[in-house]
Design a protein around this ligand. Structure first.
Ligand code: GAP
Length: 532
């Protein structure tokens, strides 16, 4: 038996994933019967299970197991004022160009370049040209050619074409609220889940009795009117984010506390302590987030960190890096980690007129104890916290998890004309698998609502395990059906089971088969799951 896993590469693998997703009910194109709507996807019966398992995994990792991170589930639409304050109405733009021959529309950095650096340079050049009001296309494209040494190509044909000068395009979905016309209100579908976190900062902090440093986390939908949705779930117009905003003391206060020889409060869960400057928190969250992917079953060799150059930083960021995953189509951003400073809280404080400042009584006490004047200490201890953000797309994680798990076992076959027999297997982390275990009665004679096999299945369901019951087709076919959706354990109830009261437990990856008594099976599965 050989494995094709590493050979199945690139676009071929992407095609296989998309086909598998459709065939087995993981993901469908939205509104397919009406020719589909680009950038919108529907998660089918298995997809919704996998997606929820990923969400649960993230939530446990980021919220439940930390007593200094609180959760939130805010509305999808916010008033215009929120998105003006956040900078999205004014600055959440992409530079788009039209191919004058084919009439296709592209983001300028998604044309075909020699390398990623050139794509980034072209985007910066385009944004500068837009800001300078350059509308002459010859001037723009010749200028870019002088910079790069070549003209970028149409990515679909790989050929030179005639493009318009770049124009700015705002990615927000605008929405009228209530009665339209005079007196109606304008809102926006949120472009990132973190803005409601900043807006609700004070309410969450007070009600959850959190003290800086602490975080607020949210999982939910975000909407961006992407110019070119592409690569399946990778770039969609409606997607979900899992974001956590972690609020820490500003560096100026840390310096004063150190000068006052303040006592360090040790961090929770090996976090940096209370005197750590913001960039230590940034590095800490980078490390935590990378470890998370290993826990999720994504091999570290498929991940890398990409630091953003200063001139490419988003309008809110002081430092930014991406955790990139080696998708079948190449390296791509899976998660962004950002040092947002006090940008968002200050913006919302100024625009709403409400105070977002935090009074750090511990810092105040330590400063006054060191001899600082009370008013000066109060001023220093009253601040807008700095924020470190970890922001990952749920749909991109879904795609990364599937790509990392996809494998094919090749076995020789006796079927005439067929050289090899290919077993598709999703080697998903058991806690992510949409189905944890499947019960197979060997024969219809051993099946039926009163059978022991069916009762075992009901017991597993009642214990909260995601179990399936399958009594159709040969055992080999049933194994194949379960392997390709990533089911870690299959339990076969055969004729011997009637005598020995046991089933065969078959492991998806090792293919080991153990005989286990019916009474012990549920505990064994729970144990394997918790140890996975
Ligand atoms: N709050 C910061 C923020 O939204 P971002 O880098 O724009 O930062 C964070 O987005 C993550 O959201 C990305 O790393 C990616 O996983 C996901 N994401 C962004 N745009 C997406 C899109 N059009 N389709 C799918 N996922 C997307």
């Amino acid at each position: 038996m050989g494995t094709l896993g590493e050979q199945v590469s690139g676009l071929e693998q992407m095609d296989k994933l998309v086909t598998l997703c459709k065939r087995r009910g993981f993901v469908f194109q939205n509104s397919e019967v009406y020719s589909g709507l680009a950038g919108f996807w529907d998660y089918g019966p298995l997809g919704v299970e996998l997606k929820r398992n990923i969400e649960r995994f993230w939530w446990n990792y980021m919220v439940r197991r930390r007593d200094n991170v609180a959760g939130l589930d805010a509305a999808l639409i916010g008033p215009e004022a929120v998105w003006v304050a956040s900078g999205h109405v004014g600055a959440f733009h992409d530079a788009l160009v039209d191919d004058k021959n084919s009439k296709e529309r592209f983001r300028i950095d998604q044309l075909l370049y020699h390398n990623e650096e050139d794509a980034e340079a072209a985007e910066i050049y385009a944004l500068e040209a837009i800001a300078a009001g350059v509308a002459d296309e010859t001037k723009f494209w010749d200028g870019l050619k002088d910079k790069l040494g070549y003209y970028p190509l149409n990515p679909n044909t790989g050929k030179e074409s005639r493009f318009t000068a770049p124009r700015q395009f705002n990615l927000m979905f605008k929405q009228g609220i209530g009665a339209t016309g005079e007196g109606g209100q304008t809102g926006y579908l949120r472009a990132e889940t973190c803005q409601p976190i900043f807006v609700d900062f004070d309410s969450v902090r007070v009600t959850s009795r959190q003290r800086v440093p602490f975080g607020i986390a949210q999982i939910g939908k975000a909407f961006r009117n992407e110019i070119n949705p592409r690569n399946f779930l990778f770039r969609a117009r409606e997607f979900s984010q899992m974001e956590m905003e972690f609020f820490v003391r500003p560096d100026t206060l840390i310096e004063q506390l150190k000068a006052a020889q303040a006592t360090e409060t040790p961090g929770l869960h090996d976090q940096p302590g209370s005197l750590a400057p913001t960039h230590h928190w940034y590095e800490y969250w980078q490390g935590e987030r990378r470890s998370y992917y290993t826990a999720l079953g994504i091999p570290d060799k498929l991940l890398r960190i990409h630091d953003h150059p200063a001139e490419k930083l988003a309008h809110y960021a002081q430092l930014a890096s991406d955790i990139e995953f080696q998708f079948p189509f190449g390296w791509g951003e899976l998660e962004g980690i950002h040092h947002r400073g006090e940008y968002d809280l200050r913006q919302h404080q100024e625009h709403s007129g409400k105070k977002f400042e935090y009074f750090d009584d511990d810092a105040h006490r330590q400063l006054t104890e060191s001899g600082m004047n009370k008013d000066e200490a109060r001023q220093l201890a009253t601040y807008l916290p700095n924020c470190i953000e970890t922001s990952v797309g749920l749909d991109r994680t879904f795609l990364a998890v599937l790509a990392a798990a996809y494998d094919e076992d090749v076995q020789e076959t006796k079927h005439e004309g067929k050289e090899a027999d290919i077993r598709i297997v999703l080697r998903l982390h058991p806690r992510l698998a949409p189905v944890t275990c499947a019960v197979f009665p060997l024969s219809k004679k051993l099946s039926g609502p009163d059978s022991k096999a069916y009762k075992l299945y009901r017991t597993l369901i009642d214990m909260g395990l995601a179990a399936e019951y399958d009594d159709a087709g040969s055992i080999g076919k049933r194994y194949r059906r379960m392997d390709e959706i990533g089911t870690p354990w299959c339990l076969t109830y055969d004729f011997d089971s009637e005598e020995d009261g046991a089933v065969t437990v078959r492991d998806r990856d090792s293919l080991d088969q153990d005989r286990v008594s019916l009474e012990e099976v549920p505990m064994l599965l729970l144990q394997r799951l918790s140890e996975s």
